[in-house]
Design a protein around this ligand. Structure first.
Ligand SMILES: NC(=O)c1ccc[n+]([C@@H]2O[C@H](COP(=O)([O-])OP(=O)(O)OC[C@H]3O[C@@H](n4cnc5c(N)ncnc54)[C@H](OP(=O)(O)O)[C@@H]3O)[C@@H](O)[C@H]2O)c1
Length: 321
């Protein structure tokens, strides 16, 4: 059984990879990501993991992340990075919590199973820890992918079922057709400057024990946070907390109950810095400054509905991502 399964806990605990930290990459010894329970599974995952969309950093940054216990690595069949992830985890599969995703165009049961087999081959492993539906497909009944998912779990090829970009309604519908399994995670956009999920989705996930995996937690780049922060609040808070801006931005995300974050970092230096977002808490008044003085976007129901309608239209004419 994989090593990261060994410490079931309901509370954050210090990373369980401590003995291996600092050996190959000596100077990183003092960093380690705290763990959090995935949904109510009794399984721990790091509160900072790493994503690989647009990733071009090679194996070293991903290996550094694993060394720090930030061993949740997220990829997708759409990213073209499953092979490099497979290369990075080679020889240490049992230290990694591996998450990947299937595209909506592959949501028919048979297509989903074939897509999973292809991902397994590219990743060089016999199981995916978290297999996620990348986006809702509004043209294929949700029973189709969920039956495929349960079959993959039965066969031991998938450990946990997740989704991404699902609304509350999508989550309810998807869970309703699962016979034996639970949806353990919803991967959604969340950062200091993009807080749409606070309009109800975050609260639903928290109430129902679904882990929120925050994607684009650095708003796809610190420049985008700066653009929404003309007063330089993030810089001031970072200076006061003796942390970097990226660390404060990530720490803000994971300070939410049930939320973990998966920044993308293409260099070992960025990985190390991002892992340093774990394991501490911002003082209340500094957190309040971020909350009250930074501009952020929260899409309303009309915009959400309009975007959904566009997606449905695109999927109807075969432009299924
Ligand atoms: N499910 C979905 O639909 C979906 C959509 C988008 C993203 N995602 C997932 O979420 C992951 C992360 O999101 P993202 O890639 O969109 O954006 P992000 O993590 O918010 O931002 C990535 C950018 O931040 C930079 N960065 C990382 N650490 C930094 C640091 N310490 N200091 C300064 N800059 C730093 C990166 O630079 P370097 O690359 O140069 O290090 C990169 O330019 C993706 O890789 C993917 O796995 C999922």
């Amino acid at each position: 059984m994989a090593r990261w399964l060994a410490a079931p806990t309901r509370r954050p605990v210090r990373g369980i990879f401590a003995p291996s930290i600092a050996q190959p990459l000596g100077k990183i010894g003092h960093f380690s990501a705290l763990l959090r329970e995935l949904a109510n599974t009794g399984i721990c995952v790091p509160e900072i993991g790493f994503g690989t969309w647009n990733y071009s950093g090679g194996v070293e940054p991903l290996r550094a992340a694993i060394e720090c216990g930030a061993c949740l690595i997220d990829t997708a069949e759409a990213y073209g990075t499953e092979e490099i992830v497979g290369k990075a985890i080679k020889g240490q599969r049992d230290r990694v919590f591996l998450a990947t995703k299937v595209l909506p165009r592959n949501f028919k049961q048979r297509d989903l199973i074939a897509a999973a087999e292809r991902s397994l081959r590219r990743l060089g492993t016999d199981h995916i820890d978290l297999y996620q539906l990348h986006w809702p497909n509004l043209t294929i009944p949700i029973e189709e992918p969920m039956r495929g998912m349960e079959k993959l779990v039965d066969e031991g090829k998938v450990r946990f079922i997740g989704v991404s970009n699902f609304s509350v309604r999508d989550l309810i519908n998807a869970q309703a057709v699962l016979a034996k399994q639970r949806i353990v995670a919803n991967q959604v956009r969340y950062s200091l400057v993009e807080r749409t999920i606070e309009g109800g989705l975050l609260q639903y996930c928290q109430k129902n024990g679904i882990t929120v995996i925050a994607y684009s937690p650095l708003a796809t780049g610190l420049g985008n946070i700066r653009a929404a922060d003309p007063e330089g609040v993030l810089r001031k808070v970072a200076e006061a907390a003796c942390k970097s801006k990226a660390q404060v931005a990530l720490n803000w995300c994971i300070s939410r109950e049930n939320v973990i974050a998966i920044p993308k970092a293409s260099t070992v230096a960025h990985v190390m810095e991002d892992v340093g977002a774990s394991g501490w808490k911002l003082q209340l008044e500094l957190a309040r400054l971020l909350e009250e003085r930074m501009r952020y976007r929260r899409r309303g129901p009309f915009e959400i509905g309009a975007r959904r309608a566009v997606r449905w239209g695109m999927q109807m004419i075969g432009h299924c991502q």
